[in-house]
Design a protein around this ligand. Structure first.
Ligand code: ADP
Length: 622
């Protein structure tokens, strides 16, 4: 396993990578970034106003004690405190509103990419592996794209605190002492020495933190793996879909064994515990101890110079308050610098995901709107391998068919029927060969227009947790009469009349009260209605009756013509008896079309695949 920190990245490169991600996140949602910068910037700078004014009051009290000036300073302090709080509250209000939705905003970056990506990439396990890694880094140690959201406020705080603090403490080092016995305190070498000592202490703290982070980075993969296991086993009980199987096979025993494993990454005898008991713990302790040392040195220097008459008591309060802030600022800045480096190592995965190109050729030709409705689809020597697979799922497939016909596609499991449909709908492009619509390579058509020609009910179709009407209309605009008609045609009419809220009934009750849970067969009818509702020339039905009871299935067959109307239907089925009403039948075997003809012709061809399949089922019908 290659560890992240083995890949050395220069600081410049690390900075460039983080900046690139910042730009992407800013373009995705400017308010999420701006609100953090403005809020933290204001919080870092505004205390200096109070520190400066308090010092002036103390100076006045210790010096002239002019009541008018004191009154003025007190009023100024109160007034500025009021204004600072008002501005702060206004910024905070805006910030909180943005915070409510920042994660949603940020997540949109990945959602939009997923929605615009080629289907074959979504279907690819590598894509999901990248997404899992992004999620695991974020949940495990917080690194990756979203860590920028946490680094930005830290960097803003550091820079603003430093600028304000340096402006307020510059005179601490420059003011000469008046007591000549302590002239050494004003000597440039002494001053430089003190500054060097302070810088050393400030740097040493984050240096130890950084050493600790390097140890953590070395175990990134184990950390992510530990998290993946935890997310799986720790939450198995939450998974509704698995609940029945978990109970049936007592799978919770596996979870308990995993969750009680003390040697696991997060376990009491595991890697993380050992690291904390060893060097990691020591570095953390050292980094905290060292910050106390800084305060000691700074206070000693300020007090000595005041003692030697360099400045008065008012300045002491100002320097003491400002210098601790400067120290905090430097240490935060160093932390950010070290985080920039560590985080860069976790950015290659999100960049790989976000940079995935759309490889499918996007044509421009509009799909011809023919008055005669004459459309012909043809497969010319089409072969196809799934990405990452060595085997052909389809091999030299040739056939053509015309609009208005009913085409049945039959064959054993895994013979390539669904794959053929996926190629037809351009979810994938052929590895070899060409598919044409009216003689033109389908890749040359405008993709959205081409897709609108088809309406498909996939075997593993999914409905959404929207209302029944929105599901059938596949959108928010719901034409009630049309939806009812399609549901009737699909055989859902009786069930529809039993629903109190009709087509407004939500499907599923995970998100809304009053929802209904449909049975497999009912869901299949709704999916069929959704396909009918789409105004497409071709309707493709992949095993559309698999979940229906025999009566509902027989109804679909009996009314198939009126259901499908003048659309061209491509009908995939295991049940050969259901293919008789189709004009043509394509027989698939091991990725190839082995027969093409009418039911009667194919049945007559003794020894053919169709004959064999028919006979295998016929015995149950006799
Ligand atoms: P059918 O619809 O006839 O049951 P499919 O078209 O689903 O068959 O499958 C054809 C072949 O392609 C099978 O060997 C199957 O394992 C393989 N296959 C299907 N989907 C994928 C996929 N996403 N990745 C890799 N191989 C696949």
């Amino acid at each position: 396993m290659k560890n992240k920190d083995e890949k050395r990245i220069s600081f410049r490169e690390a900075f460039r990578l983080n900046l690139r991600m910042l730009r992407i996140l800013y373009r995705n949602s400017p308010r999420s970034i701006l609100s953090r910068v403005i809020k933290t910037g204001w919080e870092a700078l505004s205390p200096y106003i109070g520190i400066g004014l308090s010092a002036m009051i103390v100076t006045e009290l210790a010096g002239n004690r002019d009541p008018k000036r004191l009154l003025f300073l007190v009023l100024l302090t109160l007034g500025s405190a009021l204004i600072v709080s008002l501005i702060g509250a206004w910024i905070h209000k805006w910030y909180s509103t943005v915070q409510e939705v920042w994660f949603f905003d940020a997540q949109q970056l990945f959602s939009k990419k997923l929605l615009s990506m080629d289907y074959q990439d979504i279907d690819d396990t590598h894509t999901h592996d990248l997404l899992a890694k992004i999620r695991e880094s974020r949940m495990g140690n917080g690194y990756g794209a979203f860590n920028i959201y946490y680094m930005i406020p830290k960097a803003t705080t550091a820079v603003c605190t430093l600028l304000g603090g340096i402006a307020m403490t510059a005179t601490l080092f420059l003011s000469p002492v008046t007591d000549t016995r302590y002239a050494v305190l004003s000597h440039p070498l002494f001053t430089l020495g003190v500054i060097a000592l302070m810088v050393f202490i400030i740097v040493a703290g984050p240096w130890f933190t950084n050493l600790g982070q390097k140890i953590i980075a070395r175990h990134t993969q184990d950390w992510a793996h530990g998290n993946r296991m935890f997310m799986h086993f720790g939450f198995l009980g939450y998974d509704k879909k698995r609940a029945a199987d978990v109970r049936m096979f007592r799978q919770e025993r596996i979870c308990v064994k995993y969750n009680n494993n003390k040697e696991g990454f997060f376990g009491s005898k595991g890697t993380l515990a050992k690291l904390h008991a060893g060097k990691l713990g020591a570095y953390k302790a050292a980094s905290q101890a060292i910050s106390a040392l800084f305060t000691g040195v700074a206070y000693a220097y300020i007090c000595l110079k005041a003692w030697a008459g360099a400045f008065g008591i008012g300045a002491v309060t100002q320097y003491a308050a400002a210098i601790t802030r400067v120290a905090g600022g430097v240490s935060t800045l160093l932390e950010v610098i070290s985080e920039i480096r560590t985080n860069a190592a976790f950015l290659d995965v999100p960049f790989e995901f976000l940079d995935m190109p759309n490889r499918m050729y996007q044509g421009t030709i509009p799909v011809e709107k023919r008055r005669d409705n004459e459309y012909e689809i043809a497969f010319h020597n089409v072969s196809f391998k799934y990405p990452g697979s060595e085997d052909y799922a389809l091999k030299n497939v040739n056939f053509s068919f015309k609009v208005g016909k009913r085409l049945a596609v039959v064959g054993m499991n895994g013979s390539g029927k669904t794959t053929m449909i996926k190629l037809l709908c351009r979810l994938y492009d052929p590895t070899e060969g060409v598919i044409t619509l009216n003689g033109i390579d389908i890749r040359k058509y405008n993709y959205d227009e081409y897709l609108s020609v088809f309406s498909v009910v996939f075997q593993d179709f999914k409905l959404f947790d929207f209302s029944l009407g929105q599901n059938v209309a596949a959108g928010n605009t719901v034409d009630e009469a049309r939806i009812r008609d399609c549901l009737e045609k699909a055989g859902f009419g009786d069930r529809l009349s039993s629903l109190p809220n009709g087509i407004d009934t939500p499907l599923g009750h995970d998100y809304e009260d009053g929802g209904v849970e449909l049975s497999g067969g009912e869901a299949q009818k709704v999916a069929l209605a959704r396909a009918l509702c789409r105004d497409a020339h071709f309707i493709v039905l992949d095993e559309p009756t698999a979940a229906l009871d025999p009566i509902a299935e027989a109804e679909v067959y009996a009314r198939f013509d009126s259901i499908v109307g003048d659309k061209t239907a491509i009908y995939i089925s295991h049940r050969l008896s259901s293919c008789r009403f189709c004009d043509e039948i394509l027989v698939f075997d091991q990725g190839s079309v082995v027969q093409h003809g009418t039911h009667d012709d194919l049945l007559a061809a003794a020894g053919g695949k169709y004959h064999e399949l028919w006979n295998a089922q016929a015995q149950y019908y006799v």
